[in-house]
Design a protein around this ligand. Sequence first.
Ligand code: I3S
Length: 128
Amino acid sequence: SPDSNDSSTPELEKAGLLNKTKIAEGGRKLRKNWNPSWVVLVGNSLVFFKDPKSQTPSSWKPGNSHPESSVDLRGAVVQWTNDLSSKKNVFKLRTVTGNEFLLQSETDSLIREWFNTIHSVIDRLDRE
Ligand code: I3S
């Protein structure tokens, strides 16, 4: 359709299930609470939804599922970390507002793809 690449309807770049915990809010450290999260990268934002597997089939419809939270990637930083968790395959995402998240997957290739994709979005925004 003519509108499919309209700049007002950003393309969905990636979606999938990752383990997530928020570790800081506005620079203030938070108690870790790991949970599976359905993560969607769309435009300049990373959007977090509840794990669709923990929902009833009827409650998992893109139209009626509201995000738990979303992160503006402009000015954000991603960094692999071995120090902030005993889990493997963990990277930290820090936003300009001082919110910090850890994202993790048991699958090496999957978490690497997420890191690389988010990193390239951040780089693209840095160059704008
Ligand atoms: O950095 P921490 O305190 O070792 O993180 C662990 C805690 O969040 C723990 O919860 P409790 O404080 O309720 O026990 C979690 O169960 C662990 O998963 C956290 O450590 P890892 O290494 O998994 O990020």
